[in-house]
Ligand binder design. Structure first.
Ligand SMILES: Nc1ccn([C@@H]2O[C@H](COP(=O)(O)OP(=O)(O)OP(=O)(O)O)[C@@H](O)[C@H]2O)c(=O)n1
Ligand SMILES: C[C@](O)(CO)[C@H](O)COP(=O)(O)O
Length: 229
């Protein structure tokens, strides 16, 4: 049974505010996207990678990736305006039995975490990486007043990859097209069709590079990793 990875990389990077799309910003001298792809290229259980990009970035990315020789990147396809649309496009090109969906801008997930996730998804059909939240989380209303404080012991911070059986995630994405609200992660779509999602231990270092501070943090995480190896 094969494992494929869909990597949405078609975002605008508005919160990063850089001229260059944030997946092309450099981390230790190489584009963030290259670090992310290498994680999956070198994982023994991954068979194929589908990359989703903005139309105008596809040609340049193909040329860039040629020099890295990533043999598992089977297609680079055009994304949509929303992350959910980009993932949906990618899913149409991924034929694997098990599909992991991973943000292009999370370059630090480890092979150990991938092993845990793949093991669990093959049992449960829907599994996500997550870590317990460290802060107290409040719910607020549109006027900025606190409305409640959910118990922290019941809250997690969700990461990617998220893994699913192909049939299940395709069905969930198709169904979600009927809903006018965009989901901020893929497991939400699984919840919406009433299927249980299993949580697998993630890693605090598996950050999503979203704002300029995250880039500084990413360089630090990279340095620490280099010392540990
Ligand atoms: N229409 C979109 C929006 C997002 N993504 C991808 O989804 C991942 C997570 O999204 P996020 O970090 O929010 O990236 P952006 O949407 O680019 O950021 P912003 O919201 O600040 O514009 C990124 O790899 C991003 O490229 C995508 O493929 N297509
Ligand atoms: C999918 C995700 O990375 C899980 O944390 C996240 O929800 C994506 O968030 P975005 O900032 O809305 O793209």
């Amino acid at each position: 049974m094969s494992v494929g990875v869909v990597i949405p990389a078609a975002g605008q990077g508005k919160r990063m505010g850089s001229k260059v799309s944030k997946q092309f910003l450099l981390l230790d001298g190489q584009p963030i996207l290259v670090h992310t792809l290498r994680l999956f290229e070198t994982h023994p259980q991954v068979d194929e990678i589908i990359l989703v990009m903005k139309k105008e970035e596809i040609r340049g990315t193909e040329e860039m990736l040629r020099s890295y020789g990533f043999a598992k990147v089977k297609a680079i396809v055009e994304g949509g305006k929303e992350r959910q649309e980009s993932v949906h496009m990618g899913l149409q090109h991924c034929q694997s039995d098990w599909i992991l969906i991973h943000d292009a801008v999370r370059p630090f997930v480890t092979h150990e975490a991938l092993d845990r996730l793949i093991r669990e998804v093959k049992v449960t059909k829907a599994a996500i990486l997550a870590v317990p939240v460290k802060d107290t989380i409040k719910q607020i209303n549109s006027e900025g007043w606190v409305t409640s404080t959910p118990a922290r012991s019941e809250l997690i911070s969700v990461q990617t990859p998220q893994g699913f059986s192909r049939d299940l995630i395709v069905q969930a994405h198709e169904k979600a097209l009927e809903d006018p609200n965009w989901a901020t992660d893929d497991s939400m779509l699984i919840e919406q069709i009433g299927f249980p999602v299993k949580v697998v231990e993630g890693e605090y270092n598996n950050i999503k590079i979203t704002t300029p501070e995250d880039l500084v943090l990413a360089e630090k995480i990279w340095e620490i990793r280099r010392v540990e190896v």
